[in-house]
Unconditional design. Structure first.
Lengths: 245, 244
């Protein structure tokens, strides 16, 4: 029964967020600072993850495809497509579930247990539009940006690893990447980024906003936010692949 | 005027209190007293609809606040100042910004006007020189006073104080009590004070409501309280005096 109760409350919070999204005055300042925290400050870790993922994938793919019959450019095609349609979104999503999701749940959870959310409400603020809307909107806007950074670094990392190890020359890598490039893949990757951004920010807001029970409650909210975000990212990844590809 | 009519609240199977009815007259101070865990803070959070009851009404200036839509409710809430138990200061901004916060969102004041109003409020609570200190640099008493300055900055009609002197030394408690009396007298604010500190009650309140045994056990003026022979109330009062 708890799961239905939670779904109900989650749905109600989203409904309140949608209804209060017109109150731009109450959240535009927070929206800008949330874009910086969610997007700009997450860039280094996302770029690093992308770079290493691309590099490792290139090395492993070239190890698996040792054959004179398979052109080297195939490695570029496999790596770049894997990064664009799957890894850039999923790897950065899982990392951001920890980095962004945990931060949001902790912030809101602490505000809840220290009565700061009650204080906002008692002053006449709409706490959902003030706290939840800017965070979810920032996720919508910044996750695609982070996806672009992760994908670019991933392909860059692949080229670099191929060149350093000598497994695939940069020109061959790029040729393969270009030959198997489809515009739809970009749309698919960006769609994933938007969906994952929404999952992470909305679940984390939900867990933090309804946190109870002091420090332990905030800890639980943070853990649940990160774990649930990861699970729903993997679930959404499967659904999107089945529906859109 | 605030009227509480037949309010009942429970959390799951746990009844907090039932059938609580009382009135708070304009410009007067009501103290809600009772043992820890008897539901004093829960009751006060119903007065501006931070919580909703199982049954009953809270009438503020003739309107049942539980029947208002959210926009109307927010306007009613702006008539209330609320000093929370832990002050509930926003820890991401400075003490000054905490006080300026409602002004920035709910008024069209210029920066100069905001500065003047914030400075006035901070001076009212004897914190005129607080500057741009972060909330983590403040002592317990200072936090309560900043919370109080924030509560009065929009010139509310009503102020609710949730345990304003808890965790403070006797001297700081006395200062806070004096502040409450001064604000009530100078600004003609209707006040509701949740406390279990009988010295505060006798210093600042005009009337008192005693929550006990999951109901409003006793309700009357401070003069009536002094004369009362209500056994459990007297036991509570004596225990409180004994501690001090």
């Amino acid at each position: 029964m708890d799961i239905f109760y939670d779904f109900g409350r989650y749905g109600r919070l989203l409904y309140q967020a949608i209804r209060s999204s017109t109150e731009v005055k109450s959240y535009y300042r927070n929206f800008v600072s949330e874009m910086i925290k969610t997007g700009y400050e997450s860039l280094p870790i996302v770029m690093l993850a992308g770079l290493f993922t691309g590099a490792v994938l290139t090395i492993q793919t070239s190890y698996q495809l040792i054959s004179a019959l398979i052109p080297k450019s195939t490695i570029g095609a496999i790596v770049s497509q894997s990064i664009i349609i799957e890894l850039a979104a999923v790897i950065s999503g899982l990392i951001l579930a920890g980095r962004v999701g945990a931060r949001i749940a902790t912030e809101l959870g602490t505000m809840r247990v220290s009565e700061q959310i009650d204080a906002l409400e008692s002053m006449g603020f709409n706490s959902v539009s003030f706290l939840v809307v800017p965070r979810v909107l920032a996720g919508f806007v910044m996750f695609p940006v982070l996806w672009v950074a992760a994908a670019t670094c991933g392909i860059g990392g692949g080229i670099l690893a191929g060149w350093v190890t000598g497994s695939v020359p940069a020109a061959d890598f790029m040729q393969g990447a270009r030959e198997f490039f489809f515009a739809w893949d970009i749309i698919f990757g960006l769609t994933k980024a938007v969906v994952f951004g929404f999952i992470i920010t909305s679940i984390s807001c939900f867990k933090g906003y309804y946190a109870t029970g002091g420090a332990e409650g905030v800890g639980n909210a943070t853990t649940n936010a990160a774990v649930l975000s990861c699970i729903y990212i993997l679930l959404a990844d499967l659904v999107l692949a089945a529906v859109l590809l | 005027m605030i009227e509480i009519k037949n309010l009942t609240k429970s959390f799951g199977d746990n009844l907090v209190w039932k059938d609580v009815s009382l009135q708070i007259e304009e410009g007067r101070t009501l103290a809600i007293i009772g043992k820890s865990g008897c539901g004093k803070s829960v009751l006060v959070k119903h007065i501006n609809a931070l919580m909703t009851p199982d049954e009953g009404e809270v009438i503020v200036d003739g309107r049942n606040i539980f029947k208002l839509n959210y926009v109307e409710l927010r306007l009613v809430r702006q008539q209330f100042g609320f000093l929370f138990q832990g002050a509930a200061l926003f820890d991401s901004i400075s003490a000054y910004e905490n006080v300026a916060f409602p002004l920035r969102y709910f008024t069209n004041k210029t920066e100069k006007e905001i500065h003047k109003r914030v400075t006035d409020c901070l001076e009212m609570v004897n914190l005129g020189n607080i500057g741009n200190k972060g909330t983590s640099e403040l002592s317990g008493g200072m936090r309560k006073r900043v919370g109080l300055a924030r509560a009065i900055v929009l010139q509310p009609q009503y102020i609710m104080y949730d345990e304003p002197t808890s965790g403070l030394d006797p001297e700081t408690s006395e200062e806070i009590n004096e502040l409450i009396v001064r604000l009530s007298e100078n600004l003609n604010i209707t006040s509701i004070v949740v406390t279990h500190d009988m010295h505060s009650v006798l210093d600042i309140a005009d009337s008192a409501a005693f929550l006990d045994e999951q109901k409003l056990s006793w309700y009357g003026t401070i003069d009536e309280l002094r004369e009362s022979n209500h056994e459990r109330l007297m036991s509570f009062v004596k225990a409180s005096e004994y501690q001090i």
